[in-house]
Design a protein around this ligand. Structure first.
Ligand code: ARG
Ligand code: ZN
Length: 855
């Protein structure tokens, strides 16, 4: 069944209060729910409560046993005479059989919940929709030995002993919330505790709950939480509102983390870190996700979503907020580069493929399939554009207005945009197309110069290709930051200006341009678009050395590299010299931040190069990229060696921006030393692997070895495996590094790893580390013959039986068939058809596969 945004109806019944009583046990948990229900208007419709597979073992209405209820599929329906009633239901659920990891489930011997989007109905009968806000009281009883810690949302109220070695605890959350924010945890956990004093002087008890043995790995997450709490007060004026804030880490989790009110539950990969097991990227991701979930307390919890079509209201905005937080912790330029890279790797392909959807979709079959890069990352770009258009003061005034006006309510994307308008006086009518239209706009930019009159004319045009269900697009509002530089002197010929391209075409004139101008456009990636310019490689080289906007400078280098690689693939030959020269200058520029330089000299990924082509030839892309890497490695051998040596003087491990930059440069340089084919490359890598006092250096060296031809990779993989055999998160890296290898034998290695005793589809992190990573390895996945496609389909079919959500997330690589030659496309479609023909297929996988086939 397809759910449509236009069909939204307010709830028939409200539930101001709910009391839940859990008799917890992994095999069978009894859940009693007492709902105070109120008829929302003068209608005669029955009360309908969502469930998922259960039948109530008991129903009471106003305290009396009630037999006049019926099941309409999974929905419990009760006719009620009046407008206010108290409904009590009891169900029995089975956490240890819950492999979907939605609702109440077991992980590592503990019990935990995940309710967003529609998991609460797997726990008890309730109107499972985000616009029904209730105050929750929760009582839990469980075996004291197995489950010494009992946590739920809000504040702890009371606890005590029960019979037979059991104990109980009561929690109450004073803030009305939708049921997707409900959480409880029962387990054998220890807390790393601290306090935070809010700006109005309230002391909050913080706790990060993990297995006792993992406590030493929680310092970074705890510090990040405190930093994030202070940042949200300073930057958005948002203060925390309960007396306690708990985070629990679990090993089995369908995604990153969850912002349950006062009780965030995290995938342990976004909490646990120490230098020996976590890379710098892991440290950064932990801080970002801790901040993200914390920021949801206002953007998501205090102000929630009216319906799931509004998901980007909380996710796009919260990603924008966490990006701002991370940018303030280190290099803002590098953070922007990383965020754009993520957008291009995950969202642009989505927007160009069969699963394209606007950031506010019009329909869905399964909402879990819409927790996408479009909703999250493009959603964040849309908020960023409004922030750019409004300017910082108006934007802050507008977010204040939004939080103030919608506090305690379930709002819409349009409510948010209206606040931006009220707060700034700017009309965003046309801007709203960003919410309704899918697809990435392409902007062509051509700059003419008339030396005689000193006039330069920039001709801009935008167009957006059709996406499924949207053949024609209205022009978007594109805030484009522009600047001109003199091609001879290098001087700035204009100030940076913000140009709003809101029509299909526009000309901009610049006067007094006395020398040949070079265009710097979409500076800071001010709009999430694809720029098509006719800039020569000389101009791109110039910008890569002189542009004063770091993102634009990075971008010029990327464009130069892309142009070179696309030429190599399509024409069969390319001049590597401009890229080599530009990279040389970047490495030699003493004024340049090392963190930035390390990112700027990296080639675009295989798949991003593939995305530029009419038809992807994965082997040709791989060969072109390897050839350019080899030339860069060889021609700049001395520079890579000295960059490597300089970066190696960092001393013992510290997590600081400067030390991170050094480690990053070291692994980038090592990659180029290996790419050059230098005889000693494997020795250098192996030495680094053995000497490393941190995971960044160790994994960087391992990656280099695993991509190379030397047998040292076997030794390194064994050492790594044995050293970390008890550490699931590090073993995930072991699987993932091999699944991402560019070696010829990767498909075979991956097939073997799928039979490794440590491989399991039941754990989402492990499934993603092998099956997910392989699917995005363009060369390996698309190797001729279709073995990769068969491998992915086999595993999706198997995983679907356990965990449909996680299976559906891994399907999109098969949906890229239109981008490949007929032989590959036929094989890919055959696998999609095989998936669709599987008996008992989930709604999740059905939606993804059927749309990917037809879209
Ligand atoms: N709200 C969570 C977050 O972004 C993610 C929940 C994901 N839910 C899902 N069904 N995929 O922080
Ligand atoms: Zn989120």
């Amino acid at each position: 069944a397809v759910i449509r945004r236009e069909d939204y109806q307010p709830p028939d019944w409200l539930v101001p209060d709910i009391a839940l009583d859990f008799d917890l046990d992994p095999a069978t948990t009894r859940v009693t729910a007492v709902l105070d229900v109120v008829r929302s208007s003068a209608h005669g419709r029955p009360l309908r409560l969502d469930g998922d597979g259960q039948v109530p073992t008991k129903v009471l209405v106003d305290g009396n046993p009630h037999n006049d209820w019926r099941m309409d599929g999974d929905t419990l329906e009760i006719d009620l005479p009046g407008s206010e009633h108290r409904i009590e239901t009891e169900v029995a659920i089975h956490p240890d059989r819950n492999t979907q990891l939605m609702g109440l489930y077991a992980s590592g011997g503990n019990l935990c919940t995940q309710c967003e989007a529609e998991g609460f109905r797997r726990i008890t009968f309730f109107p499972d929709r985000p616009d029904v806000l209730a105050r929750y009281s929760v009582r839990m009883t469980a075996d004291r030995k197995r489950f010494p810690v009992l946590l739920a949302n809000g504040d702890p109220i009371a606890s005590g002993d029960a019979e037979d070695g059991r104990h109980w605890a009561e929690w109450r959350d004073p803030f009305p919330k939708p049921c997707y924010l409900f959480a409880l945890v029962a387990g054998d956990l220890s807390a790393n505790r601290a306090t935070f004093t809010t700006m109005s002087g309230r002391e909050v008890q913080l706790g990060i709950w993990v297995r006792a043995a993992d406590l030493p790995k929680t310092e970074h997450a705890l510090a990040a939480l405190q930093t994030a709490m202070a940042w949200d007060e300073r930057v958005y004026g948002r203060e925390y509102d309960l007396d306690v804030f708990n985070i629990v880490a679990v090993d089995d989790f369908n995604f990153g983390a969850m912002e349950n009110k006062g009780l965030n539950i995290f995938n342990s990969r976004y909490i646990l870190a120490d230098p020996d097991t976590a890379t710098d990227a892991d440290y950064d991701a932990i801080a970002a996700v801790v901040a993200h979930e914390y920021f949801h307390n206002w953007s998501g919890n205090r102000v929630t979503c009216r319906d799931w079509f509004q998901l980007s209201l909380k996710e796009g905005f919260t990603v924008f907020r966490d990006q701002g937080f991370s940018a303030d912790q280190g290099s803002a330029a590098v953070k922007r580069i990383e965020d754009v890279r993520t957008l291009r790797a995950a969202q642009f392909p989505e927007d160009a493929g069969p699963l394209a959807h606007p950031i506010r979709p019009d329909s869905y079959m399964e909402i879990s399939n819409f927790y996408t890069a479009t909703i999250y990352n493009k959603g964040a770009e849309v908020i960023r554009m409004m922030a750019t258009i409004l300017g910082p003061d108006s934007f802050r005034a507008s977010t204040d207005l939004y939080f103030d006006r919608y506090d305690g309510t379930a709002a819409t994307c349009d409510d948010f945009v209206r606040c931006m308008e009220f707060g700034s006086g700017i009309d965003l009518t046309q801007f709203r197309h960003w919410y309704s239209q899918a697809g990435t706009p392409r902007v062509s930019a051509a700059l003419d110069h008339d030396a005689g009159s000193g006039r330069a004319t920039l001709r801009l045009a935008q167009r957006t290709a059709p996406t499924p269900g949207q053949p024609d697009k209205e022009p978007f509002v594109l805030p484009l930051k522009l600047k001109l530089f003199g091609g001879e002197t290098g001087a700035a010929l204009s100030n940076e200006q913000l140009f709003m391209l809101d029509r299909p075409t526009a000309d901009i004139t610049f006067d007094g341009v006395t020398e040949r101008p070079v265009l710097s456009i979409n500076r800071g990636f001010s709009a999430p678009v694809i720029i098509e310019s006719d800039r020569s490689s000389a101009d791109l080289k110039f910008l890569s050395a002189h542009d004063d906007d770091p993102f634009a400078r990075y971008e010029a280098m990327q464009q130069l590299m892309l142009d070179t690689l696309v030429a190599a693939v399509t024409l069969g030959r390319a001049d590597h010299e401009p890229v080599i020269d530009a990279v040389r200058r970047t490495l030699e520029d003493p004024a340049l931040d090392r963190a930035f330089a390390a990112e700027a000299v990296l080639l675009p990924s295989d798949s991003f190069v593939g995305d530029q082509l009419e038809m992807v030839d994965p082997e040709a892309v791989f060969r072109a990229r390897e050839a350019l890497r080899r030339d860069l490695g060889k021609h700049l051998a001395g520079l890579w060696r000295s960059a490597y040596a300089n970066a190696s003087q960092a001393g013992t491990f510290v997590y600081s921006p400067a030390a991170k930059a050094a480690r990053r440069m070291r692994s980038v340089a090592l990659g180029y030393i290996a790419a050059s084919g230098a005889e000693d490359a494997a020795d250098v890598a192996f030495a680094q692997f053995e000497a490393a006092d941190n995971m960044t250096d160790r994994q960087g060296a391992l990656t280099t070895l695993v991509n190379g031809k030397s047998d040292k990779r076997i030794a390194a993989l064994d050492i790594f495996y044995n050293r970390y055999s008890g550490d699931a998160l590090v073993l995930d890296k072991w699987f993932q590094t091999q699944a991402l290898s560019m070696r010829d034998d990767t498909p075979q290695v991956v097939a073997d790893l799928a039979r490794h005793p440590d491989f399991s589809l039941a754990n989402p992190n492990r499934a993603r580390s092998l099956v997910g990573a392989f699917g995005v390895n363009q060369r390996a996945f698309h190797m001729a013959g279709g073995a990769g496609y068969r491998f992915l389909a086999d595993h999706l079919i198997a995983l679907d039986k356990l965990n449909p959500q996680t299976a559906a997330k891994l399907l999109p690589p098969l949906g890229r068939w239109r981008r490949f030659d007929p032989a590959r496309a036929t094989l890919m479609k055959a696998e999609l058809e095989r998936i669709l023909a599987t008996p008992g297929l989930s709604k999740d996988l059905f939606e993804q596969a059927s749309k990917s086939l037809e879209g």
